[in-house]
Design a protein. Structure first.
Ligand code: GLN
Length: 202
């Protein structure tokens, strides 16, 4: 059986996410077919979705304009897995503290954009993540942090005492970029843990 994954491709690390989910799937004996999403009509056929980083203001504008936003909401309402990274996390929040980001409210968290400031704009850190045995090499690039966290949200990782990875139902959001290292354990956690997406791990 082939897992149909979609990477929202209006901006960001599209091919890196595609490779990461393919790698994670292969480790489970699952073939993954990846479609790039720039228009409406493709998301409904996807078992799994990835929402990359980029500029949350731009991604917000485009997913709403192209009619992709309601399809992402329906995907999550159907209980299908979604991994959102960095600007993707910002877009899924309930409040990005920025009027230019029309959030999708799929993660009950508020976020602060570019929260690590200019000094530590981009950095890599070994991050303890719930569900992973060893620290994950987390690459932060002008990353947000999570502010308030709703009661249905599980904090999977913190850095400097601030949440940087969260899970709510089928949705995982990370402030960092798991697609930028060869380590695909976050994609594994999002899509193949507990036999997600209706695909059995052979
Ligand atoms: N700084 C970007 C924003 O606020 C996010 C950066 C990223 O996705 N790497 O939208």
């Amino acid at each position: 059986m082939t897992l149909q994954a979609g990477v929202v491709a209006v901006q960001g690390d599209v091919s890196e996410h595609a490779e990461a989910i393919e790698r994670a799937g292969a480790a489970h004996g699952t073939e993954t077919s990846v479609v790039e999403i720039r228009e409406s009509g493709l998301v409904p056929d996807c078992d799994a979705l990835l929402l990359p980083g980029g500029e949350s203001t731009t991604i917000s504008r485009l997913v709403h304009r192209e009619g992709i936003a309601p399809e992402i909401e329906a995907h999550v309402a159907a209980g299908k897995p979604l991994l959102a990274t960095c600007a993707g996390l910002i877009l899924l929040s309930t409040d990005a503290n920025d009027d230019r980001v029309d959030t999708l409210d799929l993660l009950d968290v508020t976020v602060e954009r570019n929260a690590f400031g200019r000094q530590r704009d981009s950095f890599e850190a070994p991050l303890d993540v719930i569900g992973l045995d060893d620290p994950f090499p987390a690459v932060f690039i002008r990353a947000p942090v999570v502010g308030s966290v709703g009661e249905d949200v599980e904090v999977l990782a913190t850095w400097d005492d601030r949440p940087v990875a969260v899970r709510q139902g089928p949705v995982i959001g990370t402030a960092f970029h798991p697609e930028l290292t060869p380590d695909s354990r976050i994609h594994d956690l999002a899509f193949f843990d507990d036999v997600k997406a209706g695909v059995s791990s052979v």
